[in-house]
Design a protein around this ligand. Structure first.
Ligand code: DQA
Length: 139
């Protein structure tokens, strides 16, 4: 089973970026722990700050992998192109957000990608990624 976590803009700064909202752990550190928790699956990680690169990655993995865990960061609230890419690919996508986007500014309440995803997880911290992986494994 192949699952990929795709993180969008500014998520390379996890651990340094607004730690009161996003915590003080880097994603690379968390990802090593995740991989060790699921030795029987192939778990990959990709991050980009560039919208087009995120589209390219979705196109590349979206016809081969079993699941995509996508934190599109701020592109969640702006990107019709990401929504179209999720519609185009075959691999199911789960939207995740570390923070509770509904408890924050109103511009974060709308997601272009949510209607194209199998489901969304928001506000459960880094645990959000693990819960999404569990869904794909148990499905
Ligand atoms: C985020 C929430 C977004 O609104 C924000 O732009 C991010 C991170 C989250 O994980 O909580 O960059 O996706």
């Amino acid at each position: 089973m192949k699952i990929i976590i795709i993180n969008g803009p500014n998520l390379n700064l996890l651990g340094k970026r607004e730690p009161d909202i996003y915590g003080n752990r880097s994603f690379e550190d968390y990802f090593i722990k995740l991989q060790s928790q699921y030795p029987s699956i192939e778990l990959f990680y990709y991050q980009s700050n560039v919208e087009g690169y995120l589209l390219n990655k979705l196109h590349e993995v979206g016809f081969q992998y079993d699941g995509i865990v996508l934190n599109a960061g701020a592109y969640t609230h702006t990107s019709v192109a990401l929504a179209d890419a999720i519609s185009a690919i075959y691999t199911p996508v789960i939207e995740v957000h570390i923070s509770n986007v509904f408890a924050r500014e109103s511009f974060r309440h709308h997601s272009y990608i949510a209607p194209k995803c199998v489901g969304s997880i928001s506000g459960l911290g880094l645990k959000s990624y693990q819960l999404a992986i569990e869904y794909f494994i148990k499905k």
